[in-house]
Design a protein around this ligand. Sequence first.
Ligand SMILES: NC(=O)c1ccc[n+]([C@@H]2O[C@H](COP(=O)([O-])OP(=O)(O)OC[C@H]3O[C@@H](n4cnc5c(N)ncnc54)[C@H](OP(=O)(O)O)[C@@H]3O)[C@@H](O)[C@H]2O)c1
Length: 249
Amino acid sequence: MAKTILITGASAGLGEEMARQFADLGYDLALCARRRQKLEALKAEITGRHTDRRVETRQLDVTDDDQVFEVFEGFQADFGTIDRIIINAGLGKGARIGTGRYDANRATAMTNFVAALAQSEAAMEIFRAQNAGHFVMISSMSAVRGLPRSMATYAATKAGVAHLTEGLRAEFHGKPIKFSVIYSGYIASEMNAKAEQNAPMMTSTRKGVRAIVAAVEKEKDHAFVPPLPWAPMSVLLRHAPMPLFKRLI
Ligand SMILES: NC(=O)c1ccc[n+]([C@@H]2O[C@H](COP(=O)([O-])OP(=O)(O)OC[C@H]3O[C@@H](n4cnc5c(N)ncnc54)[C@H](OP(=O)(O)O)[C@@H]3O)[C@@H](O)[C@H]2O)c1
């Protein structure tokens, strides 16, 4: 019997491409995001290619707490068991702190951290009841060290969700529930479409997501993706003295 993966933020970017690549590996899919039409188009594409694959979609705004629990429970009712949940929905907004754009930083914090906490609660209710599951958090290279300017809030949220997942891993050590944190480098998506020309280390969506899927399939505790250049870069970013760090970012 096929295993099932729930992916949030599956209407675009990394989530959409993860859905394609996991379907190619034989998984059934529970897909959610706000843009239902995009989910339906993706479902038609995947089930057209794999007629035996089951794909269910639900509209979800992850900042609506009640809806997060309803949607996750709905998917569990659809499939019976959810084997893996990928907390991926995220926002790349942000502004220099103290420049009158609290709205942008708050939106980033609410979507990337508070809503990720709601998704974690809903996911762990399912996994505790099953006494099994693979919890995957999509963090970012920006989590390895606080970043300046418009990235400050975003980086803090991504460090926050990584810590949340590490805490859960410590709690469940030796038990059948597994936890992975994916520290993603620049991968082409809607979020960074404007930055594409200026980001020499940007990887294509397909190639970048292939690296994510490979790490997730191995149930790695954590992975920097793609491994090159981001695994060595994580060490440099974390330990570089400030003058060098400021030149790197
Ligand atoms: N691409 C990169 O270089 C990169 C690097 C590091 C980390 N990441 C992380 O990877 C994840 C995916 O980002 P991406 O690059 O694929 O961005 P993207 O192309 O902008 O896609 C973001 C996805 O999140 C969903 N989303 C955003 N706000 C939502 C909300 N309130 N409720 C439900 N869904 C919401 C969007 O769906 P709707 O708009 O349809 O709701 C969309 O499917 C994010 O967590 C991001 O921080 C990306």
